[in-house]
Design a binder for this molecule. Structure first.
Ligand code: NAG
Length: 187
């Protein structure tokens, strides 16, 4: 292996290590939540998100997702966010249900494996949910935590409670930010 490649790999590893909420990557082991995916469909606002989150930028505002059923039983993922330049950005994906609280999400046919999307908490009303995504292998692994709510004006107490569920499982929630939800007012 060339020196340059080693340096590049080391840089990538340290970037991910600093970036991701490492330490709680046990994909498929903490999915106790039995999600009724029909109740889960529809619009959710991204009310809190890890800085390392791969599918949005820290400056994105009013990030939301709309889940609907595809004819083949997969779930259509329709994400959108307002970018810092004011433009609306959309990303379409497909989620496959792999376990009661576990989806694999792909945003491109070129994506070799779907990203893990695991639900570790949902309230009885299906009004707020905590999702963790644990991806990558070994020391290159990284994890994200994010909270989705039906109403972007959900209370901070509820958001904190939802984040606690991830923290209880060993996730580092110290870099989780509110995701520009006040911008949803003008949307
Ligand atoms: C969600 O997507 C479905 C299917 O495309 C659409 O019918 C529905 O109106 C959308 N809902 C929202 C709130 O955007």
């Amino acid at each position: 292996m060339s020196k340059i490649l080693i340096v590049l790999l080391a840089c990538l590893a340290c970037t991910l290590a600093v970036d991701g909420n490492k330490g709680a990557c046990q994909t498929g082991k903490y999915t106790d939540v039995n999600v009724d995916w029909n109740r889960y469909l529809g619009r959710w606002y991204n009310v809190a998100v890890s800085k390392s989150f791969r599918y949005s930028d820290i400056t994105d505002k009013c990030t939301l997702a709309n889940y609907s059923l595809n004819d083949d039983g997969t779930i259509k993922v329709d994400n959108q966010a307002i970018k810092s330049n004011g433009n609306l950005n959309k990303a379409l994906g497909t989620a496959t249900i792999v376990a009661p609280g576990h989806l694999k999400v792909k945003f491109s046919v070129f994506q070799p494996v779907g990203g893990n999307y695991e639900i570790v908490y949902i309230d009885d009303d299906y009004s707020i949910v905590t999702v963790v995504g644990c991806n990558g292998l070994g020391f290159l692994g990284y994890s994200d935590v994010w909270v989705l709510a039906r109403d972007y004006k959900v209370s901070q107490e509820k958001i904190n409670f939802a984040l606690q569920a991830a923290q209880n499982l060993g996730f580092d929630i110290s870099d989780v930010n509110l995701a520009g939800i006040s911008a949803c007012d003008s949307f």
